[in-house]
Design a binder for this molecule. Sequence first.
Ligand SMILES: [Zn+2]
Length: 150
Amino acid sequence: MAITDKIYVKNHRQLASQLETSFPKGAFKGATLDILFQGEGLAKLNEASRDRVLEFAEDFLDCDCQANPHCGCAERKFTRYLLELREQGLGPQGVVDVMGDDYMLYAYPGDVRNFLDDSIRTLEAVEALAEVDGQGDVAAKARQKRDDLV
Ligand SMILES: [Zn+2]
């Protein structure tokens, strides 16, 4: 399962009752993207929630793909956002705290830790393959990225 399948909407029940409809807890579920982040219900949310929801839509759902918001861009951008937080030196709990402040989302720190470990292992594999392949610059780039994450 991708990390974006393990990102949840904070105050889920409260938001659903403000919107007077139900939607899944998973932030990147199709129905959540439609109802919470793109729906006409925005006006029904209280101000603090609305700001966070709009912030998320602006930062992750701003592509021009025809399939938006179901094109996969949001998931890719959010994954990059998590890696950037790590590069800034945050640990799993810190990452969870910041996504809560920024977008009213949460995840379990253990899931974030697994995601970061997997990312590091992927970069190590890329580096090893590139070296075998004689692509020194790719290997160097992968090593650099990895060093930024550990
Ligand atoms: Zn897109």
